[in-house]
Each structure stands twice: as structure tokens, then as C-alpha cells.
Write a protein that binds this ligand. Structure first.
Ligand SMILES: NC(=O)c1ccc[n+]([C@@H]2O[C@H](COP(=O)([O-])OP(=O)(O)OC[C@H]3O[C@@H](n4cnc5c(N)ncnc54)[C@H](OP(=O)(O)O)[C@@H]3O)[C@@H](O)[C@H]2O)c1
Length: 321
């Protein structure tokens, strides 16, 4: 079958490891299902995989793609939940120490077919296209958990999203606006800030800008480049929820502010199957149209990878088969 995959790890020049072509059709173990992929979206995780981060050397070649939407062999339209762990463990799948995300151990979704445990598919709402549904499983699920499960923020409070045009950040803006929060965003260019406002941000600012007032919560995926601003932007008792560190992990901790203002720093990763179901229901009920910044054929995936690597995003990048 046709697939887009990582040949080997290449930290310095990740695109040199990107390959397209034939890969073996997957076997379907008992209790697993085969999904004909209709759409899948690109995440920064795919670039980490090309770099060899979060994956063992012996797992290459690895088909990329952590999320997607498609059709089961019986015709059911589904969205993938890509955390694969111990089926008998129960509870929060994101806390399973043995969990893996698709592409860390099992082959990913940038292919004609993907196989996953049967519990890793949920029904696709009819109101979402396959391309829209393909944005839900990673970036949107991560944003949903950060905002609604971790932050403790209420409608009417103010949230700051660091980064305007990325997958997680556009999802946070759209979710926050729909849930009745005051949404502020930082973005690196005027065009990215304009996009955030178009998606529902009440105000947007240059990175590091002095804000009109301190905020109740900050949503961090950028890391080193914005961490100090995130901590300084918080009201006493405020919360920063962090799920990524695109610009690097080693930020100044700002410990004095953290203890003196009794700030809370919460880590967040992906979301549970139940949270994915709730996210899909919320997007459907609230009539949210997830922002797709670029859509292209899976065969042209390299263009999308290049855009993400260069920071040239306008929302999710989606590949269709
Ligand atoms: N823990 C999890 O489960 C989880 C899940 C999903 C993603 N993540 C992580 O979250 C991060 C974002 O992922 P994504 O898929 O949303 O990526 P993406 O679509 O490429 O978005 C990157 C974001 O980073 C922002 N950014 C601001 N300053 C930056 C700088 N100096 N260097 C690079 N980027 C900067 C961009 O803001 P502008 O709009 O201003 O350019 C943009 O919003 C990644 O590190 C990813 O690994 C973690």
C-alpha cells in the first residue's frame, strides 16, 4: 500500500528521512480493526519522529501519522484514538506507563490503511468531514484536555494561548471562544495574529508583549521562547498548562514567582478515549468548524512537512487519500 514514512532518524535534517512509497499491507491481529484512511493530519510529533525523538532506532522504517479518520471494513465511519496501551488496565489511558502513541511502536495513519485495537476507534460525527475529523485525535484532543480537564478555568475567565497559528493553539482558541472564555493570543506575525482573531480570539499580541491585565490561565506548547512571559502573565494563583516545548525545553523556571504568587504548573498529554468522545460531541453541539490551514493529497505530504518545519502554518495541515 502507499504510505508516507520515516526511513531512519535524522535529528539535524529531518526531511532527508521522509520517504513516500510502497509499504507492506498490515496484518490484522485478533481484536484489532483495519481502517481505510480517508484523511490524516500532520502534527509536530511527526517531525520529532523523523528526528528520532520518542522512538527507538529499531522501529524504523515507521509510517508517520498520529491521527486520522476513515472507514472500517463494515462501512462504519470512524475517528482514531491513537493511545495504545494495556487493554485490561482500565482508567486514564494517558497515565498508563506502557502506553505508546501511534508511530512510536505501531505503524501510523499516513497510508492507505492503518490497524488499531478495536477500542481505538470512535464513531465520526456526521457533521464533521473526514478532513475535519482527522484533526481531532491529537492536536484538538490535547487542547481539549488542557482546557477542560486540567486548567480548571471557568467561562468568563481569561486565557492566554502562546502561539497563534499552530494545530494545538488554533484548537485552544476555537474551544476557548466556544466555551465562553476571554481568549488572548500571542503570535509571531501580524498575519498569524489576524488568523487568531478570525478564529475567535478577543485580542492578540506580539510574543512577550505587556498584557492589559494578568490572566487566569496560560496554555503553553512553545516552551523556552515564551515560558518567562507565561509565568509573568499570570494572576496570583493562576495556572499554566503545558503540553509541548517546540522552541526547546530548558526555560528559566521563574521559581520565585511560582512560589510567591502560588502559581500552578500542570503538565498535560493527549487525552483519553472518553475525552475524545466528549470533544467530538462538543464540536458537533457547538457547531465548531476546526480550522484547516492547508489540505493536500497524501502524495504531496512533503509540502506540508516543509511548511510545519518552517513555522509556516495557518491551522492544521491535513492530508487526504
Ligand atoms: N503532549 C502532547 O500530547 C502533545 C500533543 C500535541 C502537540 N504537542 C506539542 O505541542 C507543540 C505544538 O504542536 P503543534 O502540532 O500544534 O505544532 P504546530 O502546528 O507546528 O504549531 C507550532 C506553534 O508554536 C508556536 N511558536 C511560537 N514561537 C515559536 C518558536 N520560537 N519556535 C517554534 N514555534 C513557535 C507557533 O506560533 P505562531 O503561530 O506564532 O507561529 C505555533 O502556534 C509541539 O512541541 C508538539 O510536540 C504535544
Amino acid at each position: 500500500m502507499f504510505a508516507v514514512y520515516a526511513r531512519e532518524p535524522n535529528y539535524e535534517e529531518p526531511l532527508k528521512s521522509l520517504a513516500t512509497g510502497e509499504r507492506p499491507e498490515p496484518d490484522v491481529p485478533d481484536g484489532w480493526v483495519k481502517v481505510a484512511v480517508r484523511a490524516a493530519s500532520l502534527n509536530m510529533h511527526d517531525i520529532w519522529t523523523l528526528r528520532g525523538v520518542g522512538i527507538k532506532g529499531e522501529q524504523f522504517p515507521m509510517i508517520l501519522g498520529c491521527d486520522g479518520a476513515g472507514v472500517l471494513e463494515d462501512g462504519t465511519e470512524v475517528v482514531l484514538h491513537s493511545i495504545i496501551g494495556d487493554a485490561d488496565r482500565g482508567g486514564d489511558e494517558t497515565l498508563d506507563p506502557r502506553r505508546t502513541l501511534l508511530t512510536e511502536l505501531h505503524q501510523g495513519t499516513f497510508a492507505d490503511h492503518v490497524v488499531v485495537p478495536a477500542r481505538n476507534v470512535v464513531p465520526k460525527p456526521a457533521g464533521l468531514s473526514f478532513a475535519e475529523a482527522a484533526t481531532m485525535g491529537t492536536a484538538w484532543l490535547t487542547a481539549y484536555r488542557m482546557l477542560f480537564v486540567k486548567s480548571g478555568l471557568r467561562p468568563g475567565q481569561t486565557m492566554l494561548v502562546q502561539g497563534a497559528s499552530g494545530g494545538v493553539s488554533t484548537a485552544l482558541v476555537q474551544l476557548g471562544r466556544a466555551a465562553g472564555l476571554r481568549v488572548w493570543v500571542t503570535g509571531r506575525t501580524a498575519a498569524k495574529r489576524a488568523l487568531a482573531e478570525q478564529l475567535g480570539a478577543h485580542q492578540s499580541f506580539e510574543p512577550g508583549a505587556r498584557l492589559p491585565e494578568r490572566v487566569d490561565g496560560v496554555f503553553e506548547t512553545v516552551g523556552k521562547a515564551t515560558w518567562g512571559h507565561s509565568i509573568k502573565a499570570l494572576k496570583p494563583g493562576g495556572v499554566v498548562v503545558v503540553s509541548g516545548s517546540t522552541s526547546g525545553p530548558d526555560a528559566e523556571a521563574e521559581l520565585q514567582r511560582v512560589f510567591f504568587l502560588q502559581l500552578r504548573i500542570l503538565g498535560s498529554t493527549m487525552g483519553t478515549r472518553a475525552e475524545l468522545m466528549d470533544l467530538l460531541q462538543f464540536v458537533d453541539l457547538a457547531g465548531i468548524q476546526p480550522r484547516i490551514g492547508a489540505q493536500m493529497a497524501l502524495r504531496d505530504a512533503e509540502t506540508g512537512f516543509r511548511s510545519m518545519l518552517e513555522g509556516d502554518t495557518e491551522g492544521k495541515i491535513v492530508f487526504v487519500t
